[in-house]
Design a protein around this ligand. Structure first.
Ligand SMILES: Cc1cc2nc3c(=O)[nH]c(=O)nc-3n(C[C@H](O)[C@H](O)[C@H](O)COP(=O)(O)O)c2cc1C
Length: 199
């Protein structure tokens, strides 16, 4: 099958892109509003675009009514955010934070998550998350209707026992979660790992 983009409707393109560009990592982004309200939401249009220094990207749509989501509003207002990673044990809580709550609602409280002070930014980390990147806004661009947010990481914090001193990751312990299309997710289990030999 082939889909000529110009002749394909938006819902189908959405399903194709989200279903085929997989598995995607999930950036669980915590921010704080100018008024001090904590916010957290998951984004699977998420990846790294540079390593030295680390620069991460998320891509965020506006709400149906055309207003920016709280994450974007907070990042543009404060210039700071934290990207936490989602592991198997946090699946249900992550789903709660994907719901659309009004700006005055503390989503940490809603999901039963513990905010932990960050070292370099005002936005808190998620205590329950095994990995957090404290980021300063590097650039904000529009890509058609999406907000492309690039953040430069100032600090990477990793729970003890998951990486060694030189940064090598133990995937048996990380148990990271990935996003597929529709309502599907994927676990990275030890028995599913494939190790490339040589090179
Ligand atoms: C696993 C998952 C991944 C998501 N990825 C994105 C994404 O990449 N971009 C986006 O705009 N929304 C994405 N969403 C939806 C947002 O998380 C949702 O709109 C959220 O309510 C935004 O919250 P906020 O208004 O507090 O920023 C995703 C939701 C889930 C559950």
């Amino acid at each position: 099958m082939e889909f000529v983009v110009e002749k394909t409707d938006g819902d189908t393109l959405f399903r194709l892109v989200l279903g085929l560009v997989v598995p995607r990592p999930i950036g669980w982004v915590s921010t704080v509003s100018r008024e001090g309200v904590l916010n957290i939401a998951p984004f699977s249009f998420f990846n790294a675009v540079n390593d030295e220094p680390p620069v991460l990207m998320i891509s965020v749509s506006d709400r149906d009514d055309g207003t920016p989501k709280d994450t974007v509003r907070n990042i543009l207002e404060t210039g700071e955010f934290v990207v936490n990673l989602v592991t198997e044990d946090l699946f249900e809580k992550m789903l709660v934070t994907g719901e659309d709550f009004p700006p005055e609602v503390d989503e940490f409280e809603k999901a039963g998550l513990t905010p932990e002070p960050s070292k370099f930014v005002k936005a808190p980390r998620v205590k329950e998350s095994k990995v957090s990147f404290e980021c300063r806004l590097f650039r904000h661009e529009k890509v058609y209707d999406m907000h492309l947010i690039l953040g430069e990481a100032l600090l990477i914090s990793v729970e003890d026992g998951i990486v060694d001193e030189e940064g090598r990751v133990d995937y048996n312990r990380l148990r990271i979660l990935g996003r597929l299309g529709g309502k599907y997710y994927v676990r990275v289990l030890p028995e599913c790992l494939i190790r490339a030999e040589g090179g």
